[in-house]
Design a protein around this ligand. Structure first.
Ligand code: C5P
Length: 397
């Protein structure tokens, strides 16, 4: 997919720079040509020699280098690529970019370019959450800079929180998406899919019959239009797609947390069949059949992920799409659900057994929006996905 694509990779000075070496390898495996630019701070973490060996390219480090300028000036270097990737993008590099500084080779290239730029921020959690960095992030996003990550997790400095650079497959998925010219290029879309498993004890769980087929098809159709898709899936029958960020979860609570961590998104499609309840008195050890009578399960309500995201006041996706699988009064129930949950669209389908839709390869849906109900002809789940993805692209245009 990256055959003949030329990527200028700016490696900033952070502990995550070691991941950039792997990024170079993976990009080259996919046919991309990588030209590395190493900042002074970056060279404290990785050596020019390792980058040169892995990229099979000359490494650019200095703004004032007569040999480089004679071969390829910095303006040309910044424009020859299809995409500029900054990984790791440190707080300092982000500040320079947001402020329009040009006092070293990396910042000068970033100011001189007319190309698309993707950054993978990486820094200490307090630096990331600092108002100055968040301000810079907002400025960069307004300027059209694409951002992947950071992720939440343990940090090299011993703290925990957001600030870890995105993993290499996630960066590659974002690179793919940003180089694919489609109506959803540069858009981040979140998709939930599959069933959830709610534990009864360590070996038993409550599940449902969702195969994950429709959600997977939607994620693929969105990616095919150029979207950067985050796919949050419960334990589904269908293998998750390869070319996107996949987060595998078990329970509704896990799914909500994964969705929250993946935001912000331009659109969100909630195709998962989320369990309505979890077992409040789930056992830590296996419940025994010991003659003491039947186990008494107590249920507690699960969070409604669709309603939670629809009703967010900050960073709500521009378009939130829910599903309604109904067996009776399809349109009336789905219309009421749209209003109750406050999502923008509901994709409603009749899952009565005689339709053969649950577990089948076809679907007959009605799209419910503030414009009313629009019934689509019965078609394959892939065709439903492609039609929905095209409508999402129109809505985000
Ligand atoms: O209320 P009901 O389960 O019928 O709503 C279905 C829609 O709500 C689907 O889009 C589903 O993904 C979403 N949902 C959710 N979290 C829940 C229950 C449903 O996101 N706990």
């Amino acid at each position: 997919m990256l055959e003949n694509k030329h990527i200028l990779l700016i490696v900033g000075g952070g502990i995550a720079a070691f991941k950039s070496l792997d990024l170079v390898r993976r990009l080259r495996e996919r046919g991309a040509q990588v030209t590395p630019v190493l900042t002074k701070a970056g060279s404290e973490f990785v050596t020019p020699l390792s980058l040169a060996a892995l990229s099979a390219s000359k490494i650019y480090q200095d703004l004032f280098n007569l040999t480089d300028e004679a071969e390829m000036g910095h303006i040309e270097l910044s424009r020859a690529a299809d995409l500029i990737v900054v990984a790791p993008a440190t707080a300092d590099l982000m500040a320079k970019m947001a402020g329009g500084h040009a006092n070293d080779l990396a910042s000068t290239l970033l100011l001189a370019t007319d190309n698309r730029v993707l950054i993978a921020p990486s820094m200490n959690v307090r630096m990331w959450t600092h108002p100055a960095t968040q301000r810079n992030l907002a400025t960069l996003q307004d300027d059209g800079v694409l951002v992947v990550g950071p992720n939440e997790g343990d940090m090299a400095c011993g703290e925990y929180g957001p600030g870890r650079m995105a993993e290499v497959p996630e960066i590659i998925a974002s690179i793919d998406a940003s180089l694919t010219d489609g109506p959803l290029s540069g858009k981040h879309v979140l998709v939930t899919s599959g069933p959830t498993h709610e534990s009864i004890d360590p070996v038993r769980y409550i599940a449902n019959r969702s195969s994950g087929a429709q959600g997977t098809a939607i994620a693929k159709a969105l990616a095919a239009l150029g979207a950067d898709v985050t796919f949050v899936t419960g334990p589904a029958d269908i293998a998750p797609p390869m070319d996107m960020t996949v987060v595998q979860v078990q329970t509704a609570q896990d799914m909500l947390e994964a969705v929250q961590a993946a935001r912000p998104a331009d659109a969100a499609v909630f195709a998962a069949a989320v369990a309505d309840w979890h077992v409040a008195n789930a056992g830590d050890s296996k419940i025994k059949k010991d003659g003491a009578g039947l186990p008494q399960l107590e249920f507690a309500e699960n969070p409604d992920i669709l309603a939670t995201v629809s009703q967010m006041t900050k960073d709500r996706p521009k378009l939130v799409v829910g599903f309604a699988a109904e067996t009776d009064d399809l349109i009336a129930n789905a219309t009421a659900k749209r209003l109750r949950k406050q999502c923008d669209w509901i994709v409603a389908n009749d899952v009565s057994p005689e339709t053969g839709i649950m577990g089948g390869s076809e679907n007959a849906v009605t799209l419910i929006s503030d414009q009313g109900a629009e019934s689509w002809p019965r078609m394959t789940k892939d065709a439903v996905a492609a039609t929905l993805a095209a409508r999402i692209a129109e809505a985000l245009a």
